[in-house]
Design a protein around this ligand. Structure first.
Ligand SMILES: [Zn+2]
Length: 425
């Protein structure tokens, strides 16, 4: 391995300090930062001084020192240091979250979306709605916007900022010469980061949610499509190409039903909303055989849920099969990765009453015996703002990693008069 330059080491240490303060649920003393990062107390003093000068950190409150002597000031993220925006792009709606530097949500906006659309149309819509969310927060927010994160379903090469396939986008045209992140960067004038949506929900969970101190976790998202995000050893796992964790496209059957990704026989083509609608139509429970828009699938899926809750045996069977298929797959994901926690989220969990018992039974059967007591499955529906907050967190992470960016924000006139307010993250 090449030797790190001293400047790189200093940058790495700044990141470690910033990240320790960011992930702490309470403000930290310098001694606590030293303990959490493994850095020496003198090093932490130097690094925190730099971060205080840049405005990334602020001093808040004070606790008596253990010897009862001088009171020690604690450090927290400075929420007013910069603003970031996160967006969740779903096939039927766009959710925008404006966050402060501490990750606190300051404004949100939700608008319907008609997809698939061209990249040019998506960039135009994103830019318009992000500007609208910023304007809604008033003041000088726009000038202090440091970046935008976009979470969208599909195959996303986050390293290159390229969307290789997404149900939201029509196939690329000659007009789409720039990658999505570059086109949006040009439109917004700030750095833009693109990521797979399930990964962003996993990041939000790790930073603010259920999995705050969980180092190994699988997040399964059940919506129009099926998604998987993995946190391994405390980091989002992206693999060599950025395309890791696409196990929703595990091939269950050769020459099986066509998945929206274009491949045949994917798991998603048997358990996602559009798959259940196809099954409902085949069973004669839902009318029509014409291709449906995303809104059409949502409406037909809701109709199938209604029939099942009214006791229609065939409709109930469709959801039970969905549960057992998903449960078997989740059990196998557990066998591969041995996570502490599996989180099932997405709007599909609003019908969990119809499939969760079958899912849990199949998952238990599929798991190795030692996992059966140890691995927790949590099912819940948190809403799209959480995903958008995850996309905003990605921008914060990139800012933290690039201390040059953090320090340049301060050079360009960010207001530091936050008065020691505690972050609301
Ligand atoms: Zn597929």
């Amino acid at each position: 391995m090449a030797r790190l330059q001293s400047r790189q080491i200093s940058q790495l240490h700044l990141y470690q300090v910033l990240h320790a303060v960011r992930l702490a649920s309470e403000p930290l003393s310098r001694a606590e930062i030293a303990e959490r990062t493994g850095l020496s107390q003198p090093a932490v003093s130097t690094l925190t001084r730099r971060l205080l000068e840049s405005g990334a950190l602020i001093e808040v409150g004070a606790r008596p020192s253990q010897g009862g002597g001088r009171r020690e000031r604690e450090l927290a993220m400075n929420p007013d240091h910069a603003w970031v925006v996160g967006v969740k792009v779903a096939v039927h709606q766009l959710t925008v979250a404006l966050c402060d530097f501490a990750g606190g949500v300051r404004n949100t906006l939700k608008v319907p979306l008609s997809s698939p659309m061209t990249q040019t149309a998506l960039v135009r819509t994103l830019a318009r709605e992000i500007e609208s969310c910023l304007a809604g927060a008033g003041g000088a927010v726009r000038q202090r916007l440091a970046g935008v994160g976009v979470a969208l379903p599909g195959f996303v090469d986050s390293m290159r900022g390229e969307v290789l396939w997404s149900p939201v986008l029509k196939p690329a045209t000659r007009k789409d010469t720039a990658s999505l992140d570059q086109a949006l960067t040009d439109a917004m004038g700030v750095p833009v980061f693109i990521e797979n949506d399930a990964n962003m929900l996993a990041l939000a969970e790790q930073w603010f949610g259920h999995a705050a101190r969980v180092a190994n976790m699988a997040v399964v998202t059940l919506e129009h499509g099926l998604g998987l995000g993995l946190v391994l050893n405390g980091e989002i796992y992206r693999g060599h190409s950025g395309l890791a964790s696409e196990l929703a496209h595990l091939q269950l059957q050769r020459n099986g039903f066509t998945c929206q990704c274009g491949k045949q026989g994917c798991l998603e083509a048997y358990v996602a909303h559009y798959a259940l609608v196809r099954q409902g139509r085949q069973a004669g429970l839902l009318a029509g055989d014409e291709p449906l828009t995303a809104e059409g699938v949502m409406a037909a899926h809701a109709e199938l849920i209604k029939l099942a809750r009214q006791g229609n045996a065939r409709a109930r069977e469709i959801f039970e099969t969905q549960g057992s298929t998903l449960g078997q797959w989740i059990g196998n994901v557990v066998n591969l990765l041995a996570p502490q926690l599996v989180l099932l989220d997405g709007d599909g969990t609003s019908a969990a009453d119809l499939y969760e018992p079958a899912l849990r039974e199949a998952m238990t059967q599929a798991m190795l015996l030692p996992h059966r007591e140890a691995v927790q499955l949590v099912v819940r529906h948190q809403g799209d703002e959480v995903w958008a907050r995850g996309a905003a967190s990605l921008v914060l992470q990139r800012l933290d990693e690039s201390t040059e960016v953090v320090e340049s924000i301060s050079r360009h006139g960010v207001d530091h008069e936050s008065g020691g307010r505690r972050p609301d993250a």
